[in-house]
Each structure stands twice: as structure tokens, then as C-alpha cells.
Design a protein. Structure first.
Length: 492
């Protein structure tokens, strides 16, 4: 059964210093544990053929499909504020690009498929746990409507990888609008390769921002477009309680997708200073810091583009600062609009921002669960009789009562029927997120017992995050004290 990928390879057609040509390292006995059949169909691929032995060998990197041009991409990056001039794909290999059903070009990449010239003494492999975490969280983000890389398949390799202990090896097939990062631009800028920056910028404009090509100043328009997408993306993260955990410039996608799910997490009780990542000892990438860090990363992108803005550095810096100045307004507009939706407000009024912030402050003070507070508030839109379930989330229920009086006064200014308001709120306030303790339970069953039943069940729940799913309602519950996961790990 021949597996056909209608590959194109536009990135591999760029100059040779953009990447290294390298084939995946074969593994002995790969086994398919999950194929995302709807995504395969959307990509124009045959899921039955992908699930065949030949398809599994391709997804494991054991067999290279016809038309592929495997490469590891070069990039640099600021990691926790410290610049590393060469990083690159140390354990990921881009097979090629396909055009999906929407006419969008999508990368197909194997993550964990063996060493590359960028591996920096690493083995280029991935352990099963991080592969499952990325599969779960990326697909949950997609179901929540947040721009993200996707997971096409996960296979176990039949070989162990050595970390602190031997662990089952695995490969994730990742799909992205592209894998170009802020760090990709930094790679060329660090080498004073202005022509490389220009070639990369032109490729990005053609692939992601074609409207910029016809602008009076295309490179300014490119920066403006990336800023707009990142502002919207980070606002969406905050609105669902997501913490990326490692917002380095090499993990900041130029396309505006969430990429590189390492020590990421969704918060349980609301705390703007929440950090889960075991390597973020200073809280640089804490929940509430994410907008500030996004702007910091975008400023690094602007620095790379300065030679394309003007031959006069002072003029280029001034122009870049003007463009960067738009980030705060764009982020605030997206975030405040999202908060109004979460509160069931159909219009913008003076005082809405304070109303939303006061609820968040009360949630933080009273250890209220972020996701459940907004979900139950959706039902409380029907009237005070539904307040009990919301107020029970607060250490001091009176803190909700005081706020709810103001909220009902505000919603009373709008003509929408309570049932309409409830439906609108339930469409943006999920019941289900990939809670850390559930993800860890899934990983434990898979790694230690080769049991993927909980993995499948969790994926089923998360595929419909805005539906009640009464038979699986326990997945909405926050962790008990003994179940809390306080740290997440990069997994590399």
C-alpha cells in the first residue's frame, strides 16, 4: 500500500545556509499509537494508508516518502533572555510541505526522529511522555480555537531513550503553517547576513503575509502583521488560563501559532504569578508576564529587520519603535474583547475593564478555579438561583456575591435574553481543558503500562471542550490537593 504525500519543498529551495539536509535515523520496530484521521484528510492524505505498516515507518522516520526533501532548519534564539547564536532543529526534521483543504501551505515535520547537525550533543530523540503531552495540548488548543501547531500522529519507536532513566522513545508528526521563528531571523542577523534576513523576510511575506508585498513599505508591513498576530495569540492564551512556560524567541512563531509545547500548562486556581515550568526559576514566563515577553520577543524581531527599514540606523530604530508601539493597543483590545465575551457582555461600556479585573482579583484572593468560575458563571447568567455553584469556588463566597450584584446590574443594561447570554458565554468558556493532573495520569499509564486508553479518552473529551459531556464530567473537575501538579518539565 503506497503512501503518497503531495510534497512541495519551498523552504528547502532557499539558500543552503538556511538549513542542513539530513535524513531521519531509522528505528527498528515502530508502532502507531495515534493517527489524527480528520487532520490527515484535511491535509489531503489517506488515513488508511498512513496507518499501514509503510505509513507507520514514514511517521517514525524509518522510511522517507517520495517527494520529501528532509531538512533541519537553522535558527538562533534568546533563551530566558540569554542569546544563543546557533540552535536549530536538534531533534526535528522537516519532510516537506503540503497544501491543505483550505489552500494553506502546511509543514509536515517529524519531532524526535534522530540527531541533526544542530543537536549539540543531544540524541535527537524524544521520550513518549513529552510526545503525548504535545499531542494532547496542541489538539486541545485547536479545539479551543487558538492558533496552534497540530499533531498528525504519534508512534513509539520500540527503542528506549536515555534521560534520568531509560524511557520509551517516540516520534511526533507535527503540522504547522511553518516552523519559522523569531529566532530564524536572529540566526542571520547575528551573522550580519542582511541578504539572508531579506530572503527570509520575502519568503515569510509570500507564505504568510502576501498583503505586505503590495504595501508601500513591505518590511514594515511584515512587522506590523506579526505583531498583530502575536498580540491576538497571547490574548487568547490568557483568556483560557494557558501558560506557555518557555517563551524564548526560538519558540515564537512568525505565523502567529502556538509552537513548542514543553513545560506548558493550564492553570487551575487563578494566580497571575503562576509558573509551572521547572526551568523558569525567576518567573520570567509567568502567566501575567506573557504579554510583556511577547513584546520583548517582537522587539528582537524588529532589531533583525532594521537594515531592511533604512540604511540610516537611527531612522530605522525610530520607525521600528513606532510599529512596536502598536502591540499594547492590539493586545489590550483583543484581551478586553475576550473578557467581555467571557462575562456575557455584548457591548463595550465604560467600567467593563474594571468589572472584569475585579472578578479576577477576587478569584486570585479566593483561590477560585479559573476555568470553572467562568463556565459556571455562564449558567449563572440565567439568574441568581444558579449562583451557588459559582460562589462555592471562592474561599469566601461573599466575594462573589458582591461582584455578582454589579455584574447583573451591567448585564441588565443590555436587551439580550438570559438564555441567549448563557449560550454565548458557554461558547467561549470551556468546560474542559487539559488539566495537568489528567495529562500526567495519561502519561503514567502509557509509559509505565503501555496503556493508551486514558490517552484516547482524554483526547475525546478535549475535542469538544464547550460541550457538557455528562458521561465524562469528572474531567472538568480541578485536582484534589494530593493531585496537584506544581511543576512541568521540558522533556528534551
Amino acid at each position: 500500500m503506497t503512501v503518497h504525500f503531495p510534497f512541495q519543498n519551498t523552504y528547502a529551495a532557499l539558500p543552503a545556509n538556511f538549513f542542513a539536509r539530513v535524513a531521519p535515523t531509522p528505528v527498528d520496530s515502530p508502532r502507531l499509537i495515534k493517527l489524527n484521521r480528520p487532520l490527515a484528510i484535511h491535509l489531503g492524505l489517506d488515513p488508511d494508508r498512513l496507518a499501514s505498516p509503510e505509513g507507520t515507518e514514514i511517521l517514525a522516520g524509518k522510511r522517507i516518502p517520495d517527494g520529501a526533501d528532509p531538512i533541519a532548519m537553522a535558527y538562533a534564539g534568546h533563551q530566558f533572555g540569554h542569546f544563543v547564536p546557533q540552535l536549530g532543529d536538534g531533534r526535528a526534521i522537516l519532510l516537506g510541505e503540503v497544501i491543505d483543504a483550505d489552500g494553506v501551505r502546511r509543514d509536515i515535520q517529524l519531532k524526535g526522529s534522530g540527531p541533526t547537525p544542530f543537536s549539540r550533543r543531544g540524541d535527537g530523540r524524544a521520550a513518549l511522555g513529552p510526545v503525548l503531552r504535545e499531542y494532547i495540548v496542541s489538539e486541545a488548543m485547536a479545539a479551543l480555537g487558538i492558533p496552534t501547531t497540530r499533531s498528525l500522529a504519534a508512534v513509539v519507536t520500540g527503542e528506549n531513550v536515555m534521560r534520568e532513566t531509560p524511557l520509551p522513545g517516540a516520534v511526533l508528526t507535527r503540522v504547522a503553517s511553518s516552523h519559522i521563528r523569531v529566532g530564524t531571523f536572529q540566526y542571520f542577523a547575528a551573522r550580519n547576513d542582511t541578504e539572508g534576513v531579506r530572503r527570509l523576510a520575502e519568503h515569510v511575506i509570500g507564505r504568510h503575509y502576501p498583503q505586505a508585498a503590495s504595501a508601500d513599505r513591505p518590511y514594515h508591513a511584515l512587522l506590523e502583521a506579526v505583531i498583530a498576530r502575536q498580540a491576538d495569540l497571547v490574548a487568547r492564551w490568557l483568556l483560557v488560563g494557558f501558560i506557555h512556560g518557555v517563551m524564548n524567541t526560538d519558540n515564537t512563531s512568525i505565523s502567529g501559532e502556538t509552537i513548542d509545547y514543553g513545560p506548558c500548562a493550564f492553570m487551575d486556581h487563578y494566580d497571575p504569578a503562576m509558573v509551572f515550568s521547572s526551568i523558569d526559576e525567576q518567573g520570567r514566563y509567568a502567566y501575567a508576564n506573557q504579554p510583556r515577553i511577547a513584546l520583548w520577543n517582537l522587539t528582537r524581531l524588529a532589531e533583525c529587520l532594521l537594515p531592511l527599514f533604512s540604511d540610516q540606523q537611527e531612522k530605522a530604530i525610530e520607525e521600528a519603535q513606532i510599529v512596536l508601539g502598536d502591540f499594547a493597543e492590539k493586545f489590550t483590545a483583543a484581551y478586553q474583547a475576550g473578557l467581555r465575551q467571557k462575562l456575557g457582555l455584548f457591548t463595550a461600556r465604560d467600567g467593563d475593564e474594571a468589572l472584569a479585573q475585579d472578578l479576577l482579583d477576587a478569584m486570585a484572593k479566593n483561590q477560585a478555579d479559573f476555568t470553572l468560575t467562568f463556565r459556571r458563571l455562564s449558567d449563572a447568567a440565567l439568574g441568581p438561583a444558579r449562583d451557588t455553584e459559582v460562589r462555592s469556588l471562592f474561599a469566601d463566597p461573599a466575594a462573589f456575591d458582591d461582584w455578582a450584584l454589579r455584574w447583573r446590574h451591567r448585564t441588565g443594561d443590555e436587551p439580550q435574553d438570559p438564555a441567549v447570554r448563557q449560550a454565548a458565554m458557554r461558547s467561549v468558556n470551556p468546560a474542559f481543558i487539559p488539566r495537568n493532573h489528567r495529562v500526567e495520569t495519561v502519561i503514567d499509564a502509557a509509559v509505565n503500562r503501555d496503556d493508551f486508553a486514558l490517552f484516547e479518552e482524554l483526547l475525546t473529551v478535549l475535542s469538544k471542550p464547550f460541550e457538557d459531556q455528562s458521561a465524562l464530567s469528572g474531567y472538568a473537575d480541578p485536582p484534589q490537593p494530593h493531585q496537584r501538579v506544581l511543576q512541568t518539565f521540558c522533556g528534551t
